[in-house]
Design a protein around this ligand. Structure first.
Ligand SMILES: [Mg+2]
Length: 311
């Protein structure tokens, strides 16, 4: 049983130290700022209060299926500030990475049409498929999936239509030692409504990784990837990861992202994780530094401090 403290149970000095301990607040969105249908009360005010205290707020989601225009509408609807440059999700990070390495190679992409179009529009050479169905005919299957294209990157993000032929094609490309696997969202659970979730893409990605040649490791550009953490540090010119507070509602990938990259972490109980689940976790890599019933508790914490001492 882990011991994690609620930020509102801290002493006045501890609250002040907590607030002064970070310059960047990175926050997940689904389950922290809003749930599937409605905004979570007080979240916009909390983000405004954090910014008024001199912190930079950055939105870090694993949901690339949701268009940026929807993020903009939702963030504005809760009364918070939307800045395109401060919205991070896997397809953005993937493009950042590919531009950084000056990728001109052929990419095999498994993901939604929406994210595939973003990748193609950014100028990358992307192929997908196959999309046809195969009955019990391995000859046809192999003929369709083994196209011998010179793919150097297999990129896998969320797709609601994953198929065995896609899996096979990815594995065949990855037999080339020069072909690299890049993963986006690796979530194991996908919350739908309170008390009901679905298995996420992480299980399928683990299966592909298990089929790869020994020692071949993916680059993970969604949460909880170390490579995502490195990009966040670089993009926002962060020199000390301890000056980052990551706020999330899931142990994996949110808290694990923080642990993987040396960020502080705050678990909020408005989403996928209960207090009981948090306290009963045996995995030290997903135990948060603090928890709160909601991100709105940060407003209460700030307002509880004398004005001078919160600066
Ligand atoms: Mg979430």
């Amino acid at each position: 049983m882990s011991q994690v403290r609620n930020i509102l149970d801290l002493s006045m000095d501890e609250k002040r130290n907590f607030l002064n301990s970070f310059d960047f607040m990175m926050t997940d969105c689904d389950g922290v700022l809003w749930n599937l249908i409605d905004p979570i009360p007080g979240t916009g005010a909390a983000l405004r209060d954090v910014e008024a205290a001199g912190k930079r707020v950055i939105y870090v989601s694993n949901n690339s299926v949701c268009p940026d225009s929807v993020y903009e509408r939702k963030i504005k609807s809760i009364g918070a500030t939307y800045r395109q440059e401060d919205l991070v999700h896997p397809i953005h990070t993937i493009i950042y990475y590919l531009k950084k390495i000056k990728c001109r190679d052929l990419i095999y992409f498994i993901g939604s049409d929406h994210t595939k179009n973003i990748l193609s529009s950014a100028g990358f050479n992307v192929i997908c498929g196959p999309t046809e169905k195969f009955d019990a005919d391995f000859r046809k299957l192999v003929a369709a999936v083994k196209d011998n294209q010179p793919v150097k990157y297999v990129i896998w993000d969320v797709d609601l239509n994953y198929s065995y032929p896609q899996f096979l094609r990815a594995e065949l490309y990855l037999r080339d030692p020069k072909c690299q696997l890049i993963l986006g969202a690796t979530d194991y659970r996908v919350p739908i409504v309170s008390g009901f979730d679905l298995p996420g893409p992480g299980y399928l990605m683990d299966a592909l990784e298990a089929a790869l040649p020994p020692g071949k490791k993916p680059i993970i550009l969604g949460k909880p990837g170390i490579e995502l953490g490195e990009i966040l540090m670089e993009k926002y010119a962060i020199s000390d990861p301890q000056r980052v507070l990551f706020v999330g509602d899931m142990l994996h990938p949110d808290i694990k992202l923080a642990t993987n990259n040396g960020f502080q972490s705050l678990l909020v109980l408005t989403g996928a994780t209960t207090r009981k689940q948090m306290l009963s976790s045996e995995d030290s890599t997903v135990i948060p530094d603090f928890y709160a019933d909601s991100i709105a508790a940060i407003s209460k914490l700030i307002q509880s401090l004398p004005i001078q001492s919160s600066l």
